[in-house]
Design a protein around this ligand. Sequence first.
Ligand SMILES: NC(=O)C1=CN([C@@H]2O[C@H](COP(=O)(O)OP(=O)(O)OC[C@H]3O[C@@H](n4cnc5c(N)ncnc54)[C@H](OP(=O)(O)O)[C@@H]3O)[C@@H](O)[C@H]2O)C=CC1
Ligand SMILES: CC(C)=CCC[C@@H](C)[C@H]1CC=C2C3=C(CC[C@@]21C)[C@@]1(C)CC[C@H](O)C(C)(C)[C@@H]1CC3
Length: 608
Amino acid sequence: MRMPSIKFQSGDTVMGRWPGSSLFYEVKVLSYDAKSQLYTVIYKDGTELELREADMKNPTGFKPSRRSRSRSPSRRRSRSRSPARTTRRSSSRTVSGTFIAETHTARKEPKLKEALEVRLIPVAKPVENNSNNKHENKEGNDTSDKVNEKPADVETDKKIVESRYNLRRRKDDGDAKPAEQTEEVEQKPAVATAPITTELEFGGRLGVFCMTLLLPATVLGLMVVCGQKDASLMSSPPLPSLDSLWDLQVFGIVVLWLLFQALLYVLPVGKVVEGMPLKNGDRLKYRMNTLHAFVLTVAALGAAVHQEVDLSYIHNHFLQLAVSSLLCSVLLSVYLYVRSRWATQDQLAPGGNSGSVIYDFFMGSELNPRIKGFDLKYFCELRPGLIGWLVINAAMALAEMKLHHLDYPSPAMILVNCFHLLYVLDAYLHEEGVLSYMDITHDGFGFMLAFGDLMWVPFTFSLQAYYLVHHPNHLSLPWIVGIVTLNVIGFCIFRKANSQKNAFRRNPSDPTLSHLKTIPTATGKSLLVSGLWGLVRHPNYLGDLIMALAWSLPCGFTHILPYFYVIYLSILLVHREARDEAQCRRKYGSAWDDYCREVRYRIIPRVY
Ligand SMILES: NC(=O)C1=CN([C@@H]2O[C@H](COP(=O)(O)OP(=O)(O)OC[C@H]3O[C@@H](n4cnc5c(N)ncnc54)[C@H](OP(=O)(O)O)[C@@H]3O)[C@@H](O)[C@H]2O)C=CC1
Ligand SMILES: CC(C)=CCC[C@@H](C)[C@H]1CC=C2C3=C(CC[C@@]21C)[C@@]1(C)CC[C@H](O)C(C)(C)[C@@H]1CC3
């Protein structure tokens, strides 16, 4: 069928611009939509886009780039769609000669905003991750793959993307805008906008409302039961008195603790690194000094103990400390919710923009709330709660010694303390990796994380140590060896999986990963499909769960309470895996399905 009187016809091979760049690839015209005046074209790697005529040219006037690197046009996408780059970048790569550099120099970008609809259809086959077969952008500020030609200036690039393109879904996704609506789109500033959250998690508004009330009650309930002689969940201990829950002095101590950690956070020590690219292409800066903060805290506490400060105060005021932390997390969440009302669209998290007060309060509306560079979410995620957890553990060891007149903590208490210390130190030693975790890159900062970081982590993660104070458990040497071995296995899987993924994301050409197979995706990123990431789809979760079991075993088998952490983590990680799965399927489309076919189990090999 011939098309209307237009420049290009279906079946023509022409050069199509890649969104946001001055790069042209060979494309085949599939169809033309007269209403939207867009051509649907297909790139050689199977990527389909819709382009305006102005972004398509006859092949004459183009020359093939002399370099021939295996790089799919679609892999340019993440770069070209990220307007604000802090690095300059190359513009001459080829996919078996299909990626062509424009021969014109100093091309002027028209000021017109143009509509572009995007649909990516990846061609995904596992490939060896060797240096001749790269499918992936280097994440971060890597400039080592720069080649000649017009390096795109940050601002110029931003303007090009903002003024030339409005990326939106294709018609066949069901919400294409007719031509009249395109006008409307063009009138808005061309910045990334946060979509309204329609798919509500955690049982929606009612679910999060219940969780907001039940989670704090659960922590307090567990703590009360744990302090009883009979730590059975079926026991019904007397309700704690108001006095045992609240003390102004204790509240003051918690506030001082937060301020002290905040002070350590702003110390100008440690390198500053950039986080993952945000929706608008910017990268926030983070100072990596959690380890410094930890060491200084230990030094300060050591000095305090030397001055005869009694750390068993923590054990004696455990409930009051928890209630004060809860109050701080509620106040913080209210502040976060209120300030999110003034946040710009591109500062909002995808999951916390539903318009429902309770839902957005719980999930967190703003992705990276900052006060003059002080990142509230990142601060809370790694510092007051995690260091607080270790301090509580140490206080429990002292309380155990005091209560049972011991010269040293029991072997069970030492194991629990050492395992937890290793886990937290590992996070600090690999602090940069945390910047790519879901909580930082995807989840908003609201009650769930504020409460999780400030109350849940320190007071439920330390339950095993608290339990051991009142329920000593003798461990034989074989048990000790067995438990230590289990923790080492879990830790190695956890660390290796996280390190492999982080290294691969930072530099897919990393020679230490060259033996691993990968699946390319249309976004330009690849997926690891062998090694630990070929065993299950979340090997890091598997390692985490094995460690969790090793942390509970020192407490014996008399009560289920010390196993609370394993139960919590299993539920959280299964749910998290499902969330991540949905995100990855959206992001990677059929390449993700191929990965799932290749790696059948999610967390536990041959089981789940
Ligand atoms: N102790 C606790 O309470 C908790 C601990 N954790 C731990 O935190 C850590 C971080 O967890 P989380 O942020 O949930 O998830 P991950 O660190 O596993 O990140 C998931 C992301 O990894 C990338 N990815 C997935 N599969 C592959 C693959 N095959 N190859 C390359 N990249 C892949 C995808 O992102 P992309 O492709 O965009 O890079 C995906 O979105 C984990 O180790 C977890 O165990 C988590 C929650 C609670
Ligand atoms: C429902 C509910 C109680 C939600 C709160 C969940 C949070 C407690 C967790 C979500 C992800 C977390 C992570 C860590 C601690 C627990 C929370 C905040 C973590 C910082 C622990 C240390 C690890 O090494 C880690 C850095 C991998 C980890 C990151 C995720």
